[in-house]
Write a protein that binds this ligand. Structure first.
Ligand code: NCD
Length: 305
């Protein structure tokens, strides 16, 4: 039985297989509409979500399966003090596969140790978000036609942003990626990412304080929201929240084929005027999230067509 807890749980070949399958699903949705008939996906969300939970549920429905679950800790027995281990042992009796989001780093890993069915990490604290990474990789591959030879700027809250941490790890296995980290000093990427990913693999990266100074070089601009819920004090959040705002003016020096990504939700960090720019890919990215989750569910359930 396989789980997906960390993006590195999948080999590059397995990622290729999932992305190829997602591409095929996009081309021929009818072929897949009954492949998970009578199977059930449980979505256990101990933390808020719109895209991730609903795209998982839509994914399972489009495969002909069913969904059950909860969308907040307060509506589950976690509010009575039940442990993750016990919740998972029980839900594993009702569902064939579980997607779980939790505010504590490592909670989905603990779940996987007790679960009788595959566990998918749908976000654990500031740590990992492997299915967003699959979404990002599919989007980059569809927009750019490749996953190598790219200059990627990560902008915003690089300290708490789990989508950034997971995508950096996943991209570290492709060739000729230039990483540019764009953040205020207080929201830099954590030391462990620098050590475990960049230094260990001898991958060069640079850190800058404005997006303007690097804009002309970028192939991908990955924008992120300042993660308010992970701040210890509100004053720091208010001081940093509008650090980086992408607007049409700043895009003037960008490449014509820049790909602008954002895992969403957006707060203020991308002006709505940018939405009409053909380089804005974040709503297509959200749609890709459903297709890649369909492919992942099939892979973890061992469903072949
Ligand atoms: C992200 C998350 O939950 O980490 N959202 C998502 O899943 N698309 C990003 C965020 O909340 O800022």
């Amino acid at each position: 039985m396989r789980h997906l807890i960390d993006p590195m749980d999948l080999s590059v070949e397995e990622i290729d297989e999932i992305l190829d399958l997602a591409d095929d699903i996009i081309l021929d949705k009818e072929k897949y509409q009954e492949v998970c008939k009578h199977r059930k996906l449980a979505t256990l969300f101990f933390e808020p979500s719109t895209r991730t939970r609903l795209s998982f549920e839509a994914a399972m429905m489009e495969l002909g399966g069913n969904v059950l679950g909860f969308s907040s800790a307060s509506s589950s027995s976690a509010s009575k003090g039940e442990s993750v281990a016990d919740t998972i042992r029980v839900v594993g009796c009702y569902a064939d596969i579980i997607a779980m989001r939790h505010p504590k780093e490592g909670a989905p890993f603990v779940a996987s140790e007790y679960s009788p069915v595959p566990i998918i990490n749908a976000g654990d604290g500031g740590h990992n978000h492997p299915t967003q990474t699959l979404t990002d990789l599919l989007t980059i591959r569809r927009e750019k036609g490749r996953l190598n030879k790219l200059t990627v700027g990560f902008c915003g809250d690089l300290k708490f942003g789990r989508t950034v941490h997971s995508l950096i790890k996943a991209l570290s296995r492709y060739d000729d990626i230039e990483y540019i980290m764009i953040s205020p000093e207080e929201l830099q990427i954590p030391e462990y990412i620098k050590k475990d990913v960049f230094e260990k693999k001898n991958i060069p990266y640079s850190e800058v304080r404005t997006m303007e100074e690097v804009m002309p070089k970028l192939d991908i601009l990955y924008m992120t929201r300042v993660q308010r819920e992970r701040f210890f004090n509100e004053a720091d959040y208010i001081r940093l929240k509008d650090s980086f705002i992408l607007n049409t003016e700043k895009l003037k020096t960008a490449k014509e084929d820049l790909t602008i990504l954002h895992p969403l939700p957006r707060v203020n960090e991308i002006s709505v005027k940018v939405d009409n720019d053909p380089r804005a890919c974040y709503f297509r990215q959200a749609l890709n999230g459903k297709f890649v989750r369909m492919a992942l569910i099939m892979k973890l359930l061992g469903v072949n067509v």
